[in-house]
Ligand binder design. Structure first.
Ligand code: ATP
Length: 247
């Protein structure tokens, strides 16, 4: 397996007109790691995701997914990426299977391979029995599970999730947090999970704390606590996100 990081962001800046949204952002996430992109509202998380998914283009800095530069090798970079956007994107009037088949076809999976991968991913989340149900009939937690299954069909090296638990009840949130962390334990995939909720962090996660478009801290939980001289992630987050914009 390649030793290149699943995600390598280097010196990335972006502005909406003259308003800066990201300022020289650099960090890496390796296979087997769950990177938690932690930042308050307006920190720049969605902007960063829009750049990684190539919805926006940036003049400054680089993004490499599994070693492929998003600007110069977009096809290979995007083939190594699975995404769960903040806003749900399933077709409510199609059933679960149809939603997944459509996506598998977009990724060039043949019918047999698609059927096998769909079954595998739905079974892993206890959703295979629901394959024939219209998405409209599913609750929010189950819809999110289908979106995660869909993002994994083509076996990406990096899974991006933009605040995936927003609006879900506590048991659904917990199930999704645990499932995604479990995925990284195979060592085959890296995750970048954007959130402003510190209770979604688990031991072993790599934190990337973003505030006002800048990375204020990055590393394991212990490293961030040590760097901030705090005893809890809550206190560290508060300290890091109260700082004024660095020069
Ligand atoms: P949230 O958690 O609220 O989604 P976020 O961390 O995802 O916040 P962004 O949405 O990336 O943050 O916003 C970063 C900054 O860029 C904010 O100051 C925001 O007001 C600004 N911004 C975001 N989208 C636009 C846009 N289309 N035009 C102008 N400014 C924007």
């Amino acid at each position: 397996m390649s030793t290149l990081p699943a995600l390598d962001v280097e010196g990335l800046s972006y502005a909406y007109g003259r308003k800066p949204a990201l300022n020289r952002v650099s960090f890496q996430v390796e296979a087997g790691q769950c990177g938690i992109l932690l930042g308050p509202n307006g920190a720049g998380k969605t902007t960063l995701f829009s750049l990684i998914t190539h919805l926006y283009d940036s003049r400054d800095g680089s993004i490499r997914i599994a070693g492929h530069d998003i600007k110069t090798e977009p096809g290979q970079a995007l083939a190594a990426l699975g995404v769960v956007f903040q806003q749900p994107t399933l077709d409510l009037d199609l059933n679960v299977l149809q939603n997944l088949q459509y996506h598998a076809a977009l990724h060039g999976l043949g019918r047999k391979e698609a059927a096998r991968r769909i079954q595998e991913e739905l079974e892993r989340q206890g959703m295979f029995e629901r394959a024939g149900e219209k998405v409209r009939q599913l609750n929010g937690g189950h819809r999110r599970r289908v979106e995660i299954a869909r993002a994994l069909l083509h076996q990406p090296r990096l899974l991006l999730l933009d605040e995936p638990t927003v609006g879900l009840d506590v048991p659904s949130r917990k199930a999704i947090v645990e499932y995604v962390h479990e995925l990284t334990r195979t060592g085959k995939i890296a995750v970048l999970w954007a959130t402003h909720l510190i209770d979604e962090i688990r031991d072993g996660d790599r934190l990337i704390v973003l505030h006002q478009g800048q990375v204020r801290a990055t590393g394991g939980i212990d490293a961030v606590l040590e760097a901030t001289g705090t005893a809890t992630i809550g206190a560290a987050f508060e300290r890091l996100t109260q700082q004024r914009e660095a020069a």
